[in-house]
Design a protein around this ligand. Structure first.
Ligand code: AVI
Length: 321
């Protein structure tokens, strides 16, 4: 790949058929829903990066500041020469702080967004020539085998899952995911996971309803993606972003709401929308420290340490396998 620092690349990306099947299935349900993993095409990843910098969206900057303050403590617990496996590849800012404190033997990034993943792996390979870098383009909700990285004998496997992406799974799926993670780290392994905390609903509401409308554009890009890739004819002006905090469920729900009765075609199939009907596009579950530790225990992890910021907005958990 010209112009890129060397890294191993493994493409296990599900093909377009999965996107097509998931969209057709999701729109045919009585309560329409689409999986949030499809937000992250190249445009969606760009918009997500812009969300992370919004004044209202506290999680990214809070977690980054925590990493800057606590990465040395984290590294002491995780130990040197590990195989660091990251689920998701963002801009790599938090990852860089961790890699610098930890000096892992190798780093493997796993993400469904090929563009973001290749950029992140290439940047990290260039920045840390002593760390072997591999990238796996895959859906990390499915079990996978890690690529073999020649020439290293890591002391343990450590999974890093920042960003509170675990909050985007329904709780039973979060449990399944943690069980897969536990199996992947193996005995003696560990996990470091960022988890957004329950807090004042007004603060949560503002984080998903920003004044500049970037979150709305991110949500609506899913319809634009369907138009681009699945021959859809969604009229983006006829849908609006709708996000609210459900206190009882402890989660933000994101929807796209139809502004009129209308019919939409996708991949040759027609779907009817009533005025006010929504497509449920994302949950973002919020946890207390105790709730998350309990979930981790159910997945056979031993929660061993938890860091929180001064305002108690966000948490980072160290779980032992
Ligand atoms: C990726 N994930 C943790 C974000 C969240 O906060 O749930 C996705 C997001 N959706 C809207 N804003 C950000």
């Amino acid at each position: 790949m010209p112009g890129r620092a060397p890294f191993q690349f493994h493409d296990l990306h599900p093909d377009t058929e999965n996107f097509r099947d998931d969209v057709l299935k999701g729109l045919a349900q009585p309560r329409k829903a689409l999986p949030p993993k499809y937000f992250y095409d190249a445009r969606g990843s760009e918009l997500f990066e812009a969300i992370c910098d919004l004044p209202e969206y506290y999680p990214t900057r809070t977690e980054l500041a925590m990493m800057q303050a606590d990465a040395r403590d984290m590294a002491r617990l995780l130990g040197p020469d590990c195989l660091l496996i990251e689920y998701g590849a963002g801009s790599g800012r938090k990852t860089r702080v961790l890699i610098e404190a930890l000096a892992p033997a190798a780093y493997v990034a796993i993400d469904i967004s090929r563009t973001a993943l290749q950029q992140c792996a290439s940047d990290l390979a260039a920045a840390y020539p002593r760390v072997k870098v591999a990238a796996v383009c895959a859906d990390y909700l499915r079990p996978l085998d890690l690529p073999v990285i020649q020439g290293i004998t890591p002391r343990r496997r450590v999974i890093y899952f920042p960003g509170s992406t675990i909050g985007n799974f329904a709780r039973p799926d979060a449990l399944d995911f943690l069980r897969h993670a536990h199996a992947l780290t193996g005995a003696g392994g560990a996990m470091l996971v960022g988890v957004d905390l329950k807090k004042d609903p007004a603060r949560l509401h503002a984080a998903y309803n920003d004044a500049q409308g970037v979150t709305a554009a991110f949500n609506l890009n899913l319809l634009a993606r369907i138009n681009r890739e699945l021959d859809g004819d969604f009229n983006l002006a006829a849908f609006e972003h709708y996000a609210f905090y459900d206190v009882a469920e402890g989660r933000i729900e994101m929807h796209l709401r139809s502004l009129r009765d209308q019919a939409v075609n996708v991949a040759g199939r027609a779907f009817a929308f009533r005025n006010g009907e929504t497509i449920h596009t994302e949950n973002s579950c919020k946890y207390s420290v105790e709730e998350f530790q309990q979930l981790a225990r159910e997945a056979a992890f031993t929660p061993s340490h938890c860091w929180r910021d001064g305002e108690r907005l966000f948490s980072v958990h160290y779980l032992m396998a």
